[in-house]
Design a protein around this ligand. Structure first.
Ligand code: PLP
Ligand code: ZN
Length: 449
């Protein structure tokens, strides 16, 4: 097996530190984030046909998997992608069951945001991922790397879905992998925490928000020898690239005018930009979409920094010369994120610089949406038969806002990523019974006899 097929590289061009694929690290010596880099340029014409053929998987779980179906575009393990035996030894998959979703039209949601339904594509990642969110896209790849380096103690800090997904994948490798999960006490949707318990993870309560839980994890990681499964791990992001790759493949590689998604820790923002960069460089697509990252108003660090609401300075990637001191100064403050969308209740996103790069490459914008707007978005998606969580509804609320202010034009084609399935049914019940929003439908009372 040719492990030299890929390597790790610092994202900052003026630093450019490089590391072998079998090194386990989350940053370079100077603390910058890392990318997974490939030496070979895949052949787009060949692979477009291969990917299409694999939709009829014929019992090959790596063709069935919505992640590994695109394995030539994330082959950091250097496997012979047509050798099933070798793939089975190296690549981690829940028997092919991850990433099995696609972009849908949702008529009610289109009406809600003010767009013709045929121009709006929404991809629910809660569908087709066993643990109920896109986190199942990144776990197979990160765990594949963990296996390559012989790690067995896998750990993450989580707003809920990462822990559910890690616990599920580690549970599926029982006896070989152990999941350690750090969660902020009382800040996790019950459905998510329940999954982490259910799948056998060791759970540590740490701090009162995600940022504190992650800090605690990083402190413990050294002494306890943990392999980090958060999105600071570049190999997790390789799997998350397939959210965009598979959506574009379903759209016959016709690039939409806009792609929108919620912003939490910024992992997707990083992964989506890298996916687009590579698809352009490798010749799969020839058009750039514009992108919109959507913050919750109660956890709006990216929104604040990007739009110049802190010290009047608009934070930009600046070809890698970003203002790290400004970020440090902002993060040194006591940030208390608070939103109903617990999956994106994050004050100090670790992937911030990578996200800035994506925003620069794709003429991106950052908007913020309120809890009420997310709850309404969640309710209206429900009416189309999709049970999404509030963080996912940030996408809908963001698109609505951008349509209203005409940033998204009437005829623009938009792809929105709905990141996860609802795991807090009580929130839905309250929305309706307590008439909290525009689409609330309090129950009728039957006539008494
Ligand atoms: C993790 C998560 C997010 C945040 O994604 P990032 O990549 O950290 O920005 C958004 N929505 C859901 C449902 C999630 O589970
Ligand atoms: Zn560096």
């Amino acid at each position: 097996m040719a492990t030299e097929a890929a390597y790790q590289r610092c994202i900052v061009p003026s630093c450019g530190a490089e590391y072998g694929i079998l090194e386990t690290r989350t940053c370079c010596e100077r603390g910058h984030l890392l990318d997974t880099m490939y030496r070979e340029k895949p052949n787009p014409e060949l692979l477009k046909t291969v990917f299409r053929t694999r939709r009829n998987h014929g019992g090959n779980i790596f063709n069935e998997s919505g992640v590994w179906r695109f394995r030539e575009l994330l082959n950091f393990a250097g496997v012979n992608t047509e050798d099933y035996e070798q793939c089975s030894k190296v690549l981690v998959s829940r028997d092919g069951h991850e990433g099995l979703t696609k972009p849908y039209h949702m008529t009610k949601v289109a009406e809600h945001v003010g767009m013709p339904s045929e121009n709006l594509w929404l991809q629910p990642e809660g569908d087709g991922n066993c643990s109920g969110s896109f986190k199942d896209r990144g776990m197979p790849t990160a765990m594949t790397h963990a296996k390559m380096v012989g790690a067995t103690e896998l750990a993450c800090a989580s707003t809920g879905n990462t822990s559910a997904s890690l616990a599920l994948y580690a549970g599926n490798e029982v006896g070989r992998m152990k999941a350690h999960v750090y969660v902020p006490k009382g800040q996790i949707a019950p459905g998510k925490l329940g999954q982490a318990f259910q799948f056998g993870a060791e759970i540590t309560e740490a701090g009162s928000n995600f940022d504190e839980a992650l800090a605690a994890l990083l402190r413990d990681a050294k002494t306890r020898g943990f392999y980090i499964m958060n999105s600071i791990n570049p190999f997790r992001l390789e799997g998350q690239k397939t959210i965009i790759i598979s959506a574009l493949e379903r759209l016959d590689w016709r690039v939409p005018d806009w792609i929108a998604w919620p912003y939490g820790n910024g992992g997707n923002t990083a992964a989506f930009g890298k996916a687009l960069d590579e698809l352009l460089e490798w010749g799969f697509i020839d058009k750039k979409p514009r992108v919109a990252a959507v913050n919750a108003a109660g956890a709006n660090t990216l929104y604040t920094l990007f739009n110049g609401h802190f010290k009047d300075r608009r934070l930009r990637w600046d070809r890698g010369d970003y203002d790290a001191a400004l970020i440090e100064e902002f993060y040194a403050r006591d940030i208390k994120p608070k939103t109903v969308a617990s999956a994106i209740q994050i004050g100090k996103p670790v992937n911030l610089p990578k996200g800035l790069r994506t925003l620069e490459h794709y003429d991106g914008i950052v908007v913020q949406v309120s809890d009420e707007e997310m709850l309404d978005g969640m309710a209206i998606a429900g009416q189309n038969g999709f049970d999404i969580e509030p963080a996912s509804a940030a996408t809908i609320a963001g698109i609505k806002q951008l349509r209203e202010e005409q940033t998204i034009a009437k005829d623009d084609v938009v792809l929105g990523i709905l990141t996860g399935r609802n795991k807090d049914p009580q929130m839905i019940v309250d929305y309706h019974i307590k008439a909290q929003g525009r689409y609330s439908r309090p129950p009728r009372r039957a006539a008494t006899a």
